[in-house]
Design a protein around this ligand. Structure first.
Ligand code: HEM
Length: 508
């Protein structure tokens, strides 16, 4: 199998990694060079005329774009009153869009490439290329095809009993009563389910190996500082940690790809699918890393927020409990432990007979998904709303632009799942009013799996435990944490941490 190893250049970089003075000098040098490039390109920026150009120092807009992305985007639209503006992130030109026309072009234009947009300006997904391993056919189209194939209905039906068993086992480990941090424990449930669906049973059945995988993911996530995202080549501790995490992830997964490749019996597991499709090791591992990253990053955070908002809204919690009870009554088996009773519920019922939980999840996602979607124009200069987007320009659209539009979602900062249960006229008047699962040319390929994982976790949790949201001292919190809208990876909690105080009840 073809895996191209490019030997890392040793001595010079190692000296840099251990020398803060050289790093500072290097950084200053970059600052000056980018300043120079910015000045040089001013005339070019003026030529692009009609589009509002932020100007200023590209290092500053770059810094804001990586550290305060949501505030930067919203604040600039508000301050300038524009629907589009252009700015620089180092040598890259970025066009920020808002409003219906911009949104429509952003989501529908075939020359706006998603992969290219995120590759340079997006969040930090683990990538074997960071450790000089080049997958042979790691293209985005093939990856999306793999995800869609993986989450086919028949495959999900087969894996459902194992997913429920995984969730149940982990919940049993919490004990009969106690206090958990949802951003760790609920998140871990999603990690486990993603490993179950995205790798192979040997790994998913091994708690130590799964924990090591999770540890490397966290290490990779922590290594992502604004500097390391802006200047990924800059030697230093962040680069080292990122490479160490990627190496750890790669080596761990490669053991399982190897194991499955050597097996004489093919299973239906995801790694076996990749092997059967003829992928080389590096591609199989890159795709598996992609599944885990895409699978965990949004699903993990949204299950946490869903359970917190339900805990804060007793009325909605009761409605969901009632819906789960009805689901179990209508379709579940009557005997056995609760996860086995849920296993008998057909997929159609999970998908079609939970309108209340569907609305709660959708409202949670509307509220928390305010990150910036990215694209790159790879198809030549073009006009959007009579303004030129040049070949090679990046495009940025903040989901908050639509998710917090009070014309579409009145009182947008209040949690109100009813807006999706009784669709209101305002939302149907505009194109693409909800972008929580993407839309247009790139709808989320993992939506089915993500919704089901959230439903499995919530249904089991509500049927096994009574719970309330508390602060560190065990009392009702004065206020809930807020999603960090500036975090470019996902909506991590800001403010005092909250916990779930639970007690086993077996209420169903
Ligand atoms: C609650 C969980 C999830 C949410 C809220 C979510 C949201 C999104 C959104 C908003 C997009 C569009 C991004 C854009 O237009 O720039 C997207 C695309 C995508 N998602 Fe998800 N996602 C979730 C879970 C998953 C899972 C579990 C997977 C797979 C393991 C996945 C795989 C993908 C892929 C591959 C794309 C790109 C599709 C393409 O390029 O055409 N997502 N997702």
């Amino acid at each position: 199998m073809a895996v191209s190893y490019i030997p890392p250049s040793e001595g010079f970089w190692r000296t840099l990694e251990t020398s803060p003075t050289i790093i500072i000098l290097l950084f200053s040098f970059c600052f000056i060079v980018f300043g120079f490039l910015s000045a040089r390109s001013k005339s070019r920026d003026k030529d692009s005329a009609k589009m509002y150009h932020l100007g200023g120092y590209p290092m500053l807009s770059a810094w804001l774009f990586f550290t305060k992305r949501y505030d930067f985007m919203c604040g600039t639209f508000k301050r300038t009153g524009q629907k589009m503006f252009r700015f620089r992130v180092l040598q890259h030109h970025v066009v920020a869009l808002s409003g219906e026309e911009g949104r429509k072009a952003f989501l529908s234009e075939k020359n706006f490439d998603l992969q290219e947009g995120y590759r340079i300006l997006g969040g930090p997904a683990p990538d074997p290329r960071d450790i000089n391993i080049e997958p042979v056919d790691g293209g985005a189209t093939l990856f999306v095809k793999h995800v869609l194939n993986l989450f086919r209905k028949d495959r999900i039906m087969d894996v459902t009993p194992h997913l429920l068993e995984d969730v149940n086992r982990r919940m049993d480990d919490w004990g009969k009563s106690g206090k958990i941090n949802p951003f760790q424990e609920m998140y871990n449930l999603i990690f486990q389910m993603t490993v179950r669906m995205g790798t192979c049973r040997e790994l998913a059945d091994d708690p130590q190996a799964t924990a090591r995988l999770s540890k490397f993911f966290l290490l990779h996530e922590k290594a992502a500082s604004p500097i390391s995202l802006l200047l990924p080549w800059l030697p230093g501790r962040a680069k080292q940690a990122k490479e160490q995490a990627t190496r750890g992830l790669y080596d761990l997964l490669s053991q399982y790809v190897d194991l499955r490749r050597r097996s004489s019996v093919r299973s239906a597991d995801a790694i076996d699918m990749l092997v059967a499709d003829g992928h080389d090791d590096a591609t199989a591992i890159a795709f598996t890393l992609g599944i885990i990253f895409a699978g965990v990053v949004n699903t993990g955070i949204n299950v946490c927020w869903t359970i917190i908002y339900l805990g804060d809204e007793p009325g909605w919690k009761q409605k969901v409990v009632d819906e789960v009870k009805t689901l179990l009554f209508n379709h579940g088996s009557t005997t056995g432990p609760i996860h086995q009773r849920f296993s008998a519920v057909p997929l159609n019922a999970w998908e079609e007979e939970m309108p209340v939980l569907d609305a709660v999840i959708k409202e949670t996602i509307r509220f928390t998904m305010s990150g910036t979607a990215l694209r790159r124009n790879i198809g030549g200069d073009m006009l959007i709303a009579h303004k030129t987007v040049r070949n090679g320009d990046f495009l940025a659209y903040s989901l908050g632009d639509i998710h917090f539009d009070d014309q579409i979602y009145p009182n947008p900062l209040s949690f109100d799942p009813d807006r999706f249960l009784e669709p209101r006229e305002d939302a149907s008047k505009v194109l693409f009013p909800f972008l929580g699962w993407g839309a247009g040319r790139h709808p989320c390929a993992g939506m089915r799996a993500a919704k089901l994982e959230i439903k499995f976790a919530i249904a089991l949790f509500l049927s096994k435990f009574e719970y309330s949201v508390v602060d560190a001292s065990g009392k009702a919190p004065k206020c809930l944490p807020q999603p960090d809208r500036n975090n470019i990876q996902n909506a991590k909690p800001l403010g005092d941490p909250c916990y779930l105080k639970f007690e086993r009840l077996e209420i169903m």
